[in-house]
Design a protein around this ligand. Structure first.
Ligand code: IPE
Ligand code: IPE
Ligand code: MG
Length: 244
């Protein structure tokens, strides 16, 4: 079925927040007899398609996993290429995204990034902060465990300063310390390329997320399959530990 027809099948029960683990760029490139960076470049086209589709269906939050804290262990030229591609793509796309009323945020740690790189990213994102459409998050230099460590340090500091008591620590206070503070938890997490793991993505936030796994490699994952994933989600029954 084509994209337009698939969209017509969606019901009102849209997820508020979709997380996407974009995986398989390297294998896609290998199949083409090309280097890994060629796969990442083509993956950017899939990101653009998903962002467009998200705006078209009125999604509130889309979070994509672009670079993990573990990805620094890849060969130097791939890391450099990825960092450059992410910044260049942001600069190229920011005006178009802003016109679509999108708010763009980077979620992750500063550790390992130069001040110059950080300020370039912040400068671009700030252009979108007056928008109020799709919230498009790019999990970049992101690791779920480091996010928790940074949050726990902040809570410990507040206790030390007597601005928080130990008994005040609850799910809400922890959620408020994470990069996703004030955002809904992901309802649906999509992972491409046949791998079935979280790889340190939104580990606290995905406690009750639904998962959609597909063998499609990321550069081949486009609008229609995105809608198919949401249709699959809409067939599920979420129970949160209760009974139906
Ligand atoms: C996902 O594709 C992109 C990033 C992790 C940045 P991979 O680069 O992991 O591709 P595979 O898994 O090696 O095929
Ligand atoms: C997860 O993919 C990270 C991103 C998509 C940015 P990886 O390819 O790095 O994950 P593993 O190594 O297969 O777990
Ligand atoms: Mg991978």
């Amino acid at each position: 079925m084509n994209y337009k027809d698939l969209i017509k099948q969606l019901d009102k029960n849209l997820p508020d927040h979709i997380g996407v683990i974009m995986d398989g760029n390297g294998r896609w490139a290998k199949k083409q007899g090309a280097g890994r960076l060629w796969g990442h470049k083509n993956g950017v086209e899939s990101v653009r398609a998903l962002v467009e589709a998200s705006v078209e269906i009125g999604l509130k939050y889309l979070t994509i996993y672009a670079f993990s804290t573990e990805n620094w262990t890849r060969p130097d030229d791939e890391v450099k290429g990825l960092l450059k591609l992410i910044l260049d793509s942001l600069i190229n796309e920011i005006d178009s995204m802003s016109k679509q009323n999108i708010v763009v945020r980077f979620l992750g740690t500063d550790i390992g990034l130069s001040k110059e790189y950080q300020s370039k990213i912040n400068k671009e994102c700030q252009k979108t902060y007056n928008n109020n459409g799709l919230n498009f998050n790019i999990a970049f230099n992101y690791g779920g465990r480091l996010e928790l460590i940074e949050g726990i340090r902040s809570i410990a500091t507040k206790i030390q300063n007597n601005t928080l008591t130990i008994n005040q620590i609850n799910e809400e206070t922890i959620s408020q310390e994470l990069y996703t503070a004030n955002m809904p938890d992901p309802d649906l997490i999509i992972r491409t390329s046949g791998e079935k793991r979280l790889s340190n993505f939104l580990i606290w936030q995905s406690a009750y997320a639904e998962f959609y796994f597909t063998d499609t490699l990321w550069p081949d994952f486009r609008k229609s399959e995105f809608i198919e994933a949401i249709l699959d989600y809409q067939k599920r029954q979420r129970r949160y530990g209760g009974t139906k």
